[in-house]
Design a protein around this ligand. Sequence first.
Ligand SMILES: CC(C)(COP(=O)(O)OP(=O)(O)OC[C@H]1O[C@@H](n2cnc3c(N)ncnc32)[C@H](O)[C@@H]1OP(=O)(O)O)[C@@H](O)C(=O)NCCC(=O)NCCS
Length: 109
Amino acid sequence: MELVACNADSLLHATNELTSVPYGIFSEGMMVGFILFDNEIYKDGYYWILRFMIDERFQGKGYGKLAIGEVIKMLSARVVCKQIRVSHIPHNIAANKLYKDLGSQKLES
Ligand SMILES: CC(C)(COP(=O)(O)OP(=O)(O)OC[C@H]1O[C@@H](n2cnc3c(N)ncnc32)[C@H](O)[C@@H]1OP(=O)(O)O)[C@@H](O)C(=O)NCCC(=O)NCCS
């Protein structure tokens, strides 16, 4: 099963949803990953990170942790931000570990 939607779908989403913001993740001029978040706050004071991936050739090198850490820093600096949400499928061990390491707490859906 796919762990994340393909980036073409995510770019289409970003084109249709004007509040969503796509970023390439670059290292030394090379694109190593992609992240998409919603720039508009939800009514209870949270932001959504919608898509996040590191190209498999570059996984396990610390890029994911660094990149999502930067987005969290940027969003949490906004005074209105109370929470940042991201979801993953249950068996995505790498994402689960990364989000836990960054201090995330599980929300029941
Ligand atoms: C999840 C993902 C973004 C992590 O990015 P990454 O650059 O590979 O992760 P990092 O190298 O920054 O590693 C972060 C931590 O996760 C751990 N980790 C990375 N891959 C792992 C794996 N396959 N299994 C277990 N732990 C893993 C690392 O050991 C590291 O822990 P540490 O800081 O204690 O050493 C990346 O694996 C990915 O794109 N996966 C496919 C798409 C996906 O699942 N996206 C998330 C959807 S919500």
